[in-house]
Write a protein that binds this ligand. Structure first.
Ligand SMILES: [Zn+2]
Length: 283
């Protein structure tokens, strides 16, 4: 951010970025205070009484650039109103309002774009589901394979298979596969693949109508989220839920999500809902 000096009454001479680069104290350090003889807490208006900059000249040899920048800046003038704080929206663009999105874009480290982001982040997705799905794509769920590195043996809690991996849980495990393939048969028009990579590739295909593509992603999210929850519940000695019961939970979660959506046009929501009921009944 930087400050646009108008009256100069609220901008700190030393600490605010009003010259467009950084604060003066960052350039000169405390030495600047002694050379320029402007008090530490001074506002810009106080550094420019009677329409003339009041700093001493003896620091000019050391901090020539700072002197030049100050002398080139517009002098504070009470008639121009209050000082304005400006937020950086990008390299060239400063505005008088803050934008979290623009700020995040500037401070974040950009990675290469991954093709599967469409399957993780989409308007109709539930954020807490999306987070678990994102961890699944990164293979960062603490499955048996990861826990083995910490010396803990962990088989599949759903079917007893000794090797619990991401690819086993999604969707090779008979428990998950039963739920997943039943719910997706109508939308995929074929039997789902139990192989993670093949399945992701097939979900990324663009030859489906919009409603079906949305529903497939919703089933994908809800299944991963609830199966992972079930796996954790079993691991912590909670009650076991059958594939029929988890399928009903998925149905309820998807209905709730569709009802909560604010979509452009009520008829689109209704047709999404109708299509889901159709898919669910046919499974
Ligand atoms: Zn299993």
């Amino acid at each position: 951010m930087r400050c646009e000096v108008r009256s100069g009454d609220s901008t700190f001479f030393w600490f605010d970025n009003w010259l467009g680069t950084r604060s003066i104290i960052d350039t000169t350090g405390d030495l600047g205070l002694r050379y320029l003889c402007i008090p530490r807490q001074a506002r810009v208006a106080e550094a420019c009484p009677n329409e003339a900059w009041g700093m001493r000249g003896r620091g000019r040899r050391v901090f020539g650039d700072v002197y030049t920048a100050i002398e080139n800046a517009q002098k504070p003038d009470a008639r121009r109103g209050s000082d304005v704080i400006l937020w950086k929206h990008n390299e060239e663009d400063f505005k008088d309002h803050f934008s979290a999105a623009r700020t995040w874009e500037q401070i974040r480290v950009r990675g290469p774009e991954v093709p599967w982001h469409h399957l993780v982040w989409f308007t109709q997705g539930v954020p807490r589901h999306a987070f678990i799905v994102w961890l699944t794509f990164k293979d960062r769920l603490s499955t048996g394979v990861r826990m083995r590195q910490w010396g803990i043996a962990q088989g599949c809690m759903l079917c007893g298979e000794p090797d619990e991996s991401r690819d086993h849980l999604f969707f090779a495990c008979p428990y998950t596969f039963t739920v997943w393939s039943n719910l997706t048969a109508t939308l995929l028009g074929t039997v789902a693949s139990p192989d993670w990579t093949t399945m992701v590739t097939s979900l990324l295909r663009r030859n489906r109508n919009k409603m079906d593509a949305i529903l497939l992603r919703m089933i994908f999210h809800t299944t991963i989220y609830l199966v992972w929850k079930e796996r954790n519940s079993r691991r912590h000695l909670g009650p076991w839920v059958t594939t029929e019961a988890i399928t009903r939970q998925i149905d309820k979660a998807i209905r709730n999500r569709i009802s909560s959506l604010k979509y452009t046009g009520q008829h689109k929501l209704e047709s999404l809902f109708r299509r889901w009921v159709e898919v669910y009944i046919r499974q």
